[in-house]
Write a protein that binds this ligand. Structure first.
Ligand code: MG
Length: 391
């Protein structure tokens, strides 16, 4: 029998790339002969993530705009954001001869632990959980994928490979003090995750900064006048107009977004390649044992990227519209959290069962937090209205 195609594919990768054949393995032994399997372990991981309920719920979780308070189906949600991150990260991985399957699995899972209402939801839950181990979305991703998703007879969670769990855990560890979670502990022994994980970590801000800009302009939150204060944007306008001087404003918007992504990706690929050449790793463990990240921007691009972020903070994230959304989110999550703890029978039966078990170890607050963190924006609002709005 000929080798499965993924084995042939992995032979083409850089020596320091992750490989299914040398993976540190799944969390639980599934007694599979991977050499005879038509999918690599990382393809299995990606497929399990795509088929999970937590992944599907990203469709109704806020990126910046929640369609509950800012109508419009064209705005990014976490699901479309995750697909965009995966697309950008895979292109970079292929260019750097890294493992695309692992990169895709990490990218698709990277935002699964987000609470409803975006980063504000995380801050609110962290506040509510401050005496009970805190809340941090990367760590929560690990809880969803490794424990809360239940679809196999022999274990809880999706039984992902070490490399995917390592990528998620390392981000959760970097965000300490965040959520206390024993699932993170086995990844503390070395400083860095795989280069594939590092590529996703960089693809995420490349994606969200440009796409938040795009959504902000479409929503009318960011105006042409404001954009004059964004150097990277103006550089893009100049570059696009050089090639197409008579371009209309909507096409210009798309082309400048494309330019800003393209410039950052190009810089990231070149800088990362140079960093790797300087380190001259022999294998994946040389990447893991290296202090500091290898995937990164040049000093010039760091300044441009930072400029983009400060522009967004000033003109988009801190605007009164977003602040109003956040105020409503705080009220909704706080009231749900208090109500479920006070009156556990308000929870679905399946959650009550876990709550009863958790009571033995005094961990019931975590179960309520898990339940709320898993909610989509819409579901949180519906449950809130059902409990608190008089009919
Ligand atoms: Mg993200």
């Amino acid at each position: 029998m000929t080798d499965p195609n993924w084995l042939v594919y992995e032979n083409l990768l850089a020596p320091w790339a992750a490989r299914g054949t040398t993976s540190r393995g799944w969390e639980f032994d599934e007694k599979k002969d991977i050499g005879k399997d038509y999918r690599s372990p990382f393809q299995h991981d990606r497929d399990r993530i795509v088929h999970s309920a937590a992944f599907r719920r990203l469709e109704n979780k806020t990126q910046v705009y929640t369609n509950l308070f800012q109508p419009g189906d064209q705005f990014r949600k976490r699901l479309t954001h995750s697909l965009e991150v995966a697309q950008i990260a895979r292109s970079i991985a292929r260019t750097l001869s890294l493992n695309e399957d692992l990169t895709e699995a990490i990218a698709l899972s990277h935002d699964i632990g987000h609470a409803p209402f975006g980063h504000k939801g995380q801050d609110i839950l962290h506040d509510l959980m401050k005496n009970h181990g805190g809340f941090e979305h990367n760590t929560q991703t690990l809880r969803f994928l490794c424990r809360i998703e239940r679809r196999y007879p022999d274990f809880d969670g999706l039984n992902l490979t070490y490399e995917v769990r390592e990528a998620i855990a390392k981000k959760g560890i970097a965000k300490d003090p965040g959520q206390v979670e024993p699932l993170k502990d086995q990844f503390r022994s070395h400083p860095s995750p795989t280069l594939e994980a590092q590529v996703v970590d960089m693809s995420d801000p490349i994606t969200y900064t440009t796409h938040d800009l795009d959504d902000g302009i479409t929503a009318g939150t960011i105006t042409v006048e404001m954009l004059k204060n964004c150097d990277f944007w103006m550089e893009g306008v100049e570059a696009v107009k050089r090639e197409a001087p008579a371009v209309d404003s909507k096409i210009l918007q798309y082309q400048v977004v494309k330019y800003i992504i393209g410039e950052q990706v190009r810089d990231l690929v070149e800088t990362t390649r140079k960093n790797v050449q300087e380190l001259a790793p022999k294998n994946i463990d040389d990447i893991r044992n290296h202090e500091g990240t290898l995937a990164g921007f040049s000093p010039e691009m760091k300044i441009k990227h930072k400029g983009l972020k400060s522009f967004l903070r000033e003109y988009m994230y801190d605007t009164s519209n977003i602040k109003r959304m956040e105020h409503k989110a705080r009220e909704i999550l706080r009231r749900l959290f208090d109500a479920f703890l006070e009156e556990p029978t308000l929870l679905p039966k399946s959650v009550q069962k876990h709550l009863d078990e958790a009571k033995k170890s005094g961990n019931e607050t975590r179960i309520v937090c898990d339940y709320i963190a898993g909610m989509t924006d819409r579901f949180a609002v519906d449950v809130h209205n059902d409990l608190f709005t008089s009919a």
